[in-house]
Ligand binder design. Structure first.
Ligand code: FES
Length: 115
């Protein structure tokens, strides 16, 4: 496994309307990724950072937020997910470790199809 595996962008953008990721799963999602990366021994190999609103929060239920994952393979590009903290282990295991997109969580309105 290369030293640097991937980059996870989590939206936790707040807004007073209560409909943005900061009022939904965003804040907990970022904490969940940081905890899970420690558990998987990947804290030094995956960067987690915030991303501003990309106008996708309308797709998210109250537990979800926008997540964009880069890596571990070039052909995965930036994969856009609508996900909740309960999905973090699956994203880490399937996407970042095994290099397979988690189809059930893909935001099909934003995802780039490389096929
Ligand atoms: S607040 Fe996250 S996509 Fe808009």
């Amino acid at each position: 496994m290369p030293d640097y595996v991937g980059h996870v962008l989590v939206c936790a953008t707040p807004n007073e309307d209560g409909n943005h990721c900061g009022s939904k799963g965003g804040p907990e999602m970022r904490q969940s990724f940081n905890r899970a990366l420690v558990d998987h021994g990947l804290l030094e190999k995956v960067t987690v950072s915030g991303v501003g609103c990309t106008s996708q929060h309308g797709l998210c239920d109250q537990s979800q937020c926008t997540v964009i994952v880069y890596g571990p393979k070039r052909e995965l590009g930036g994969t856009w997910y609508v996900a909740s903290p309960d999905d973090v282990d699956e994203i880490i295991t399937e996407h970042l470790i095994n290099g397979r997109v988690v189809d059930r969580l893909v935001n099909k309105e934003k995802n780039v199809d490389f096929e």
